[in-house]
Design a protein around this ligand. Structure first.
Ligand SMILES: [Zn+2]
Length: 260
């Protein structure tokens, strides 16, 4: 019984630590496109610019206790940051349990949690600015290089294939159809492929294109955007990579099983 309480507390701690990390990522998403320092400077309310105190900055809890309103100006606080923090907590708990506790590989758990963190920054920044910062793709390359030593089940050969098998076709497509993909999308998939390896990034691209294509069709059908207008594709590529990471290998085995 004592052990169960201890494990439950540990789970809560891991969840909260993940929420804190993603809370910091929210700061990066907000400040980097504005060329602000994300280490120096206090967080302020976007509505009234009042400095926020420690009690306003506790991930998830502050939003719940303040009922989604700024305590100084009563302005509404967007729910996105809090949902991102909750997603970070869930990601940390999932990685710790799935890859760490049950998989016996806590290093892999940390690497994959970090990968999910970078993808979250990419997705949110792309929604805000329609651009994917090169720094994010560089961060994924750093994780991929770490993976060459720490996640050896994906070989260096598979990683190199992964780096080009999606990014090069995307590049060719972007040359033939200008505006099909942004340069940031292509660099993201090259970096992602280096982390995931050929099989998983292939599945990721299929998931990403299905999700993004589905959303594009929805926009056209609901006449929210015209045929020529653009929407951020990065979030779908990021979601595709998470799905590819979780189910890519199974999906490709299943697909090959149907063919052969
Ligand atoms: Zn305020």
């Amino acid at each position: 019984m004592g052990l169960m309480i201890c494990e439950a507390l540990l789970c809560i701690l891991v969840f909260f630590a993940g929420a804190c990390v993603f809370s910091f990522l929210n700061v990066i998403v907000y400040r980097v496109p504005k060329k602000m320092s994300f280490i120096k400077g206090r967080s302020v309310c976007p509505a009234c610019s009042h400095d926020l105190g420690a009690a306003d900055l506790i991930p998830i809890f502050s939003y719940i206790f303040l009922k989604g309103k700024c305590r100084y100006c009563s302005g509404k606080i967007g729910v996105r940051d809090t949902l991102t923090e909750a997603a970070g907590g869930a990601a940390a708990l999932f990685c710790a349990l799935y890859y760490g506790y049950y998989g016996g590989d806590y290093v892999k758990a940390v690497l994959i949690f970090a990968f999910a963190g970078v993808l979250t920054v990419v997705a949110l920044m792309d929604i805000d600015t329609m651009e994917i910062a090169d720094g994010c793709s560089v961060a994924i390359v750093v994780l991929a290089v770490a993976g060459m030593f720490l996640m050896r089940e994906i070989t260096i050969g598979q990683r190199l294939i992964g780096m080009i098998c999606i990014s090069v076709p995307m590049l060719l497509l972007a040359i033939v159809i200008p505006g099909a993909f942004g340069g940031g999308d292509i660099k993201l998939m090259a970096a992602g492929g280096l982390f995931l390896g050929g099989r998983m990034v292939l599945a990721s691209a299929v998931f990403g294109i299905l999700l993004g294509g589905g959303y594009g069709i929805y926009l056209l059908a609901s006449k929210k955007k015209g045929r020529k207008e653009q929407f951020a594709f990065g979030p779908f590529l990021c979601a595709g990579m998470i799905l590819g990471l979780l189910w890519g290998n199974q999906m490709i085995d299943w697909y090959l099983g149907i063919l052969i």
